[in-house]
Design a protein around this ligand. Structure first.
Ligand code: CA
Length: 254
């Protein structure tokens, strides 16, 4: 028996269930601010502070993803992972202060999908959550979900994903491959902030460790082709120190 693996609901906008995150973490100084950050990023977190609570909530609430601390007051997170895996294919990311290769291998062998070493940056964890959910969707359905399948429209900008073509008004845009990928990624989450790290890892398929100059060059190129003024953007909005937000369809001016 498997728990249903829902899509990353929140990204489709208002009226759709948010992606639920079961955060298993006994340290309040980590759990509380991180839960708040998850909420700000459009997730719906529930905190479990013990292994027992994690198992109960994991089975009752069918979260979309589990973030699992390894050292819990009443047990080991790896046992929780093993137990959850008995009857659920929910994606699990392990959180731990331990960073040895052995721990990582054991964690992944138990069925965890990813592994993050504390202390972590919130933005990094959120981009890893999105990446794990994306992989899980692809594994469950064999393809990216339906929202990714055909066409994206915001204002007078239209993107045909399978054909890799874009139009602004009636005019077709001449986009490079990466510009197209970047635009598609931004438009898929239109209205929501996407971090620089997420864009680097998903569009360039690289872990982000340093410069994101490549990203800035491509954003500048896209803005030019979209006639988008960075000072008062219609489409691509800079969220300083975080990333970018594409205008939501409902806020686009006609
Ligand atoms: Ca702990």
């Amino acid at each position: 028996m498997s728990a249903p693996l829902s899509s990353e609901g929140g990204r489709h906008g208002a009226g759709v269930a948010l992606t639920s995150v079961l955060l298993v973490e006994d340290e309040q100084s980590i759990a509380e601010p991180f839960a708040q950050a998850l909420t700000r990023n459009g997730f719906q977190p529930t905190i479990a502070r013990t292994a027992a609570e994690a198992l109960r909530l994991g089975r009752q609430e069918h979260p979309d993803i589990v973030l699992l601390d390894l050292t819990l007051p009443d047990g080991d997170g790896r046992d929780v992972c093993r137990e959850l895996r008995r009857d659920s294919n929910v994606p699990i990311i392990m959180l731990t202060a331990r960073g040895t290769v052995t721990d990582r291998v054991v964690g992944l062998e138990l069925g965890a999908d990813d592994y993050i070493v504390k202390p972590f940056a919130t933005g990094e964890v959120i981009s890893r959550i999105r990446a794990v959910l994306r992989r899980a969707r692809v594994q469950a359905h064999g393809v990216e979900d339906a929202a990714d399948a055909a066409e994206l429209t915001v204002g007078d900008l239209r993107l045909d994903l399978p054909a890799r073509r874009a139009w602004l008004g009636g005019r077709e845009l001449d986009l490079t491959r990466k510009e197209h990928d970047l635009l598609a990624r931004l438009m898929r989450d239109a209205g929501r902030v996407i971090t620089r790290e997420t864009l680097m890892s998903e569009v360039w398929d690289e872990n982000w460790f340093g410069s994101t100059k490549t990203l800035d060059v491509h954003i500048a190129g896209l803005r030019r082709k979209l006639d988008d003024d960075p000072g008062s953007p219609r489409y691509i909005r800079t969220v300083r120190g975080v990333g970018f937000r594409f205008t939501a369809p409902e806020e686009a001016q006609p």
